[in-house]
Design a protein around this ligand. Sequence first.
Ligand code: ADP
Ligand code: ZN
Ligand code: ZN
Length: 673
Amino acid sequence: MTHCILQLALDTPLNSCFDYRWPCAPQERPQVGQLALVNFANRDMMGLIVAVKDDTDVPLDKLKDALAVRSQLAPLSPRWLALAAFAADYYQRPLGEVALPGLPKNLRAAGTVALDRALKKMAKLEQTHDGAPVDMPALNAAQQIAADAIGGAQGFTPLLLYGVTGSGKTEVYLQACAQVLAREQDAQILILVPEINLTPQLEGNIRTRFPGVMLATLHSSLSEGERGLHWIAAHQGRARIVLGTRLAILASLPNLKLIVIDEEHDPSYKQQEGLRYSARDLAVWRARQLAIPIVLGSATPSLESWHHAQSGRYRLLELRERAVRDAVLPTVRLIDMERDRGKDGLSAALVAALKLRLERGEQSLLFLNRRGYAPVISCDACGWISNCTRCTSFMVLHKPEHRLRCHHCSLELRIPRHCPTCGNVDLQPLGRGTQRVEEGLQLLFPQARILRIDADSTRLKGSAQAAFDTVHRGEVDILIGTQMVAKGHDFKKLTLVGILNPDTALFSQDYRASERLFAQLMQVAGRAGRAARNEGGNASEVLVQSRYVSHPLYAAVMHHDYDRFAGSLLAERKQAMLPPFMYQALLRAEAPLLANAIAFLEAARDCMEHEGITINDPIPMTMTRVYNVDRAQLLLESPSRPALQAFLKVWLAALRDMKSRVKWSLEVDPLDI
Ligand code: ADP
Ligand code: ZN
Ligand code: ZN
């Protein structure tokens, strides 16, 4: 028996590949892209074969034998391997960490029983999708142009579908998909959405629209087993539509012909830990690699994508009007809270508007991006406030749960009966969260059916969906919620949106805060008036309660003027040399003592020449302490992406050699700085 050498990527923090011996006849050699089970550091783990060789620099008697090769499954394609290699290289992470975690566990685990069982289940998945095809609704002219542009595009074609809320972007995607599926026998389409639970309507639409076509879904709320099945369906080319969240960008799709990124501006496309990749950016790379079209859709495109559209790199498709006949964009009114202070955080104008909707039997939505009852409690007598003992943050009052909770480290305490410092029994809640607004509404409108939707009210699996269903069935008069209610939903009876206290983001240090706030307000405002006007012919309304009604951001919201607002933000960014005119990377360090984190970052800054790269001074992060650990960061900037990439590679090797005890991590293209 002869043998060959398998070079494997393993999911370890070490930035290299590992050689193993595999006894086999020359004609039975494993292939690159297959998976092999090996023992590494006394643990059995799965590795990805990246090369099959005759020999190696390591002495043969030092090499271990691989334990098994998974040959039941076709190898991952060279193109897929190139995608994983690119992501690893660009985000400066080990290849194994990119390539392996996305693979279904039953492929990675020891033993082949699970895999064989999974493959058998595939047949069942296929049989569940029969049904009568549903007619496609007639598109309006703008939609038709967009659908044809996407469906008919050849070669690498990035398209930005800029469509106001309710303009029927989903319909455009579906009809473009239909064109591609009809034209190419075994074409596959990848559709990414920010959060699958918030877009359940889309999955239903796809199923009824394409009854004979297998749909696979890939997101983190599927069980391991289900996700494994769907992954295999995609890998084998049987699933022709794959709908998923950001992690689906690394799915194996041998016949991928079109990528759709819905709500492309959404921050959840960026992974916030470990491999901090942007699924949107990887998607564009993948489309170029495969020479296929990709459509990025949004009512408020990210400034990066908008910039590309303005400069002609992306083709711009516009939907300026709402798709449903007679549905118009809502009228936006700014309520000056300096003048109309109201009660319980609700201005007189908003209360009157709510009353009117109740009388008409229409629905209202109140948006407040702060959960809990009050963000902090305090003692008037001595000035004590409910700080978290482990973080630079407050303990939030959760009244229904009778708890104080830190939203950063999950510390929970009973609500103190008296002030821990001076004994005063009269502790006051300061500020207002969704629970408190709900309480105020119940007093104001005892007859109304009020529902709160936020992370606290939807802890149980499936409860968010159940809550949204009651809204769709019309069993709710007033809905109050956090950003969970802002996205995607098509509430047909909703004619009033109230936005409470959006001001804090106006003065944030984060230069992206206003871009984000604007997108969020346009999104939530866009929930109103999606169906035709009511019988009285009244347009729907959005009321924004603010203390800064003359702020230009609100003027832009009032006029639904994304173009001009985006234009002015881009001009500011250009002047200040910020992204997308600058490329950034962020080195973060954490240690029990802030001084140690800062000292490490200073050493990192000074450890080598960095011509063409600006390295700023280390600073503590805004939220410095979380769970007893202090955090600091170092920002690197360069107008040249290749220059930054080249520098990072060498620099990271030097940082690893420092062998510091401080925990550190690097993020390329950070969103939060
Ligand atoms: P967006 O994603 O752009 O916010 P949606 O795709 O949710 O908008 O569409 C908004 C509403 O318009 C939906 O109820 C959808 O069924 C409807 N719609 C879309 N296109 C058409 C059309 N061509 N004719 C009639 N109604 C349409
Ligand atoms: Zn006190
Ligand atoms: Zn805490």
